[in-house]
Design a protein around this ligand. Structure first.
Ligand code: LLP
Length: 425
């Protein structure tokens, strides 16, 4: 059988019949650690990060890894050690950053619904900035900060009404979305922020969506932000940083997103052309730093001929990886070891009791029960979105780092699933 293509993942390679990640046999890892198993390459994460940092050399910038994409501690540690900050959306994420050795001073706190207790904790830890999403939030944050005798550094998240041309569920920069402050209400909101005693206006922020595969929407957005920066400057309100959010797409199958370096260079050129090159640039990339650094390994349990289709039933399910069920996302699925013989077209499905529990549809595979499959590009929004539906413990995770394979998360046990539950009386 000819080896299937491995799009987008430079650290995945065929070695003879064996699929390898960072030089490690994935079949061997599946046997050693069991399945379902997430495996990540640290080198791949660093490689993805370097595309941003190389292009930003010599410029005032902060890369805040959007940790919602993958918040496992060893992943955060990898980015913290590389000098990154973090984009967080809850106090739980803040605690993870601290537990992983990250610094609150490099944290931006995003999200449409922050609770006062979350604001308090973030202020006490000294986060770098709050990305505020409504005028109501400005008032609440000012009151919380004043109560602590502090001033909260704020950016306003502007909804630029730009079409990021991505899946409706992950598009966030349109007027119809719940996110941010409308562009035409932004000046008034900034004036309010500048007046409130517990706030210090420091920047401007946006995030227009995820899995974006074109540069154009970013440039349109930056233009909209710079219009505001200039209008505010004229009123004496100086914005020190411009946060362009995250959203850069990756190649799952045949998508052709721009390289992060290209995106950064085009953004810098636009910012410079408009005379704002002295301002610090912030980025909040998630998927583009980790997506192609990970795979999900699963074992084939049963091959079953249905009325119209053949099913390849595997031991990973929608609770482990919900992107196909939730967004009809197409992710590559390949065997960890190639077999000779004819392939057949299968729907690759999990054991969960839902028809929506599928990982891939109509895939040509030559497999037998007991074989291992790898779901590709599973480093982002995969383990982080895992659930315990059907009382299924969450998968284990392994981080490859050169010759070593570190177990970075033990497989959850069934008894842990109901450890906090109580019977009545
Ligand atoms: N900043 C903010 C404020 C965000 O809401 C997000 C993602 C990011 C940054 C990072 O975006 P990225 O660079 O990863 O595209 N679960 C979906 C994606 C949801 C994205 C939510 N926000 C998926 O699996 O496709």
């Amino acid at each position: 059988m000819t080896a299937p293509a491995l799009p987008g993942a430079p650290f995945l390679a065929w070695r003879g019949h064996e699929l390898t990640l960072e030089g490690h046999s994935l079949s061997a890892l599946a046997r050693e650690f069991g399945t379902p198993l997430y495996v990540y390459s640290r080198a791949a994460m660093r490689h993805a990060l370097a595309a941003y940092t190389d292009a930003l050399q010599g410029r005032a910038h902060l890369l805040c890894y959007a940790m919602k994409a993958n918040s496992s501690l060893a992943v955060l540690q990898t980015f913290a050690q590389a000098g990154c900050g973090f984009d967080i959306v809850s106090v739980g994420e803040l605690e993870r950053v601290l537990a992983a050795g990250g610094s609150a001073a490099k944290v931006v706190f995003s999200g449409v619904g922050k609770r006062p207790d979350e604001m308090r904790r973030a202020l006490q830890e000294g986060v770098r900035c709050f990305n505020v999403e409504s005028v109501h939030e400005l008032h609440t944050l000012s009151a919380v900060a004043t109560g602590l005798g502090l001033r909260a550094p704020v950016s306003l998240r502007i909804n630029p009404d730009v079409d990021a041309k991505t899946h409706p569920y992950i598009s966030t920069g349109l007027k119809a979305n719940k996110f941010g402050i409308a562009h035409d209400e932004a000046l008034a909101a900034y004036r309010t922020a500048a007046r409130l005693p517990g706030l210090e206006v420091v920047g401007i922020d946006c995030h227009i969506g995820s899995q974006i595969t074109e540069v154009g929407p970013y440039l349109d957005t930056v233009d909209r932000l710079l219009d505001l920066v200039e209008a505010l400057q004229a009123e004496g309100i100086t914005l020190h940083h411009i946060d362009v959010g995250g959203g850069l797409g990756i190649t799952y199958t045949d998508e052709t997103p721009p390289d992060a370096g290209l995106l950064v260079r085009e953004l810098l050129a636009r910012v410079d052309a408009r005379g704002h090159g002295h301002r610090e640039l912030l980025f909040e990339p998630g998927r583009s730093l980790v997506g192609n650094a990970g795979v999900l390994l699963t074992e084939v349990l049963v091959l079953k001929a249905g009325g119209e289709k053949h099913f390849c039933i595997v031991d990973a399910a929608m609770n482990d990886l919900v992107r196909p069920a939730m967004y009809e996302a197409t992710m590559g699925i390949v065997p960890c070891a190639l077999r000779d013989g004819a392939s057949r077209r299968y729907d690759v499905v999990g054991p969960v009791c839902e028809s929506g529990d599928w990982l891939g549809r109509d895939r040509a595979l030559a497999v037998e029960p007991g074989d291992h499959l790898a779901v590709l590009s599973a480093g982002a929004y995969a383990m982080a979105m895992a659930s315990n539906y059907n009382s299924r413990p969450r998968a284990a995770e392994v981080m490859l780092d050169g010759p070593r394979a570190h177990l970075i998360r033990e497989r959850e046990t069934v008894s842990e699933l109901f450890a906090n539950e109580k019977l009545i009386g």
